[in-house]
Design a protein around this ligand. Structure first.
Ligand code: GUN
Length: 284
């Protein structure tokens, strides 16, 4: 039976560290601020934004919410971003995705000052991640690396397989695992013989967005299984990409959904916001 990787415990550990750093900065007269932009009324986005604001408050980070109506124009959104780029008390800017269809997400990301891009979505920051020289960590992949580290899970020389090649998760995940000397394979919707590849994985990361996509027969005995999926099943219950009941019989470690990877992303966001404040105030 697999051991559970508890995202709530690890994220609390990270958040406690962030809180101490925020307090230490406060003693130097430096406050830490995050601007959160939400456009429209998507209920999932609203929940995420509320969770982010709550986590900021607990860590002593000052968050400002900019809730814009669904019909906001590109010009209005870009003008807000320009204002926040210049605002001294705002160290980090987060624009919650997805945006309503008429808005261009790529252009929005490009217009956030890379020094305030706490999501690490800007091409400047993704480029830094690619060359292994970065300030901002991609939130979900960095949270996963933090969990592996907390449970002393070795990555060096291991076969790591990532299912999914999104810019937010799959691609940066592959980069971080590579930096920790894993041998990385990235699979996606066009991959042939997926099971053959996943069965070689010592560390398997599923970021597909499909309920029960990873079944027990796709998992090597003793593998570490990381489930990034956030799906709703037929009964409206939150579930991951991995068939948990089957997987936990084979894995050595596994992340549950909810309570696994999810809580870690916010912890990284807080870390990035502190990093942004330090960079902008020239503090090591
Ligand atoms: N929507 C889903 N995940 C994220 C995230 O990590 N950052 C932002 N800005 N939007 C998201």
């Amino acid at each position: 039976m697999a051991k559970i990787i508890d995202g709530k415990v690890v994220s609390q550990f990270v958040k406690d560290g962030v809180k101490k750093e925020v307090e230490a900065l406060g003693k130097k007269g430096v406050s830490v601020g995050l601007a959160v932009i939400i456009v429209g009324s998507d209920p999932a986005s609203r929940t995420y934004v509320n969770n982010k604001k709550k986590a900021c408050a607990e860590a002593g980070i000052i968050s400002e919410e900019y809730a814009l109506p669904e019909e906001t124009t590109m010009q209005e959104l870009l003008s807000l971003i320009k204002e926040l780029n210049q605002k001294k008390s705002v160290n980090g800017i987060l624009c919650q995705l997805p945006l309503p269809k008429h808005l261009d997400e790529k252009l929005v990301i490009e217009n956030i000052d890379p020094k305030k891009d706490v999501d690490a979505f800007h091409a400047v920051n993704t480029g830094h991640i690619m060359i292994g020289d970065y300030s901002f960590l991609p939130c979900t992949p960095a949270g996963i690396m933090e969990m592996l580290d907390y449970y002393n899970i070795e990555t060096q020389g291991k076969n790591a397989v990532v299912i999914g090649r999104s810019n937010i998760v799959g691609k940066p995940m592959a980069m971080l695992l590579l930096q920790k000397n894993a041998t990385v394979t990235v699979c996606h919707s066009k991959t042939e013989n997926l099971g053959e590849i996943t069965r070689r994985a010592d560390i398997l990361v599923a970021a597909v967005g499909k309920e029960k996509f990873v079944t027990g027969d796709m998992i090597k005995d003793g593998a570490v299984v990381i489930d990034v999926g956030i799906n709703r099943n037929g009964e409206g219950k939150l579930c991951g990409d991995v068939d948990f009941e089957q997987a936990e019989k084979k894995a050595s470690y596994i992340t549950p959904v909810p309570g696994g990877v999810g809580p870690m992303t916010i912890a990284t966001l807080l870390k990035n916001t502190v990093t942004a404040a330090k960079l902008q105030n020239a503090i090591e």
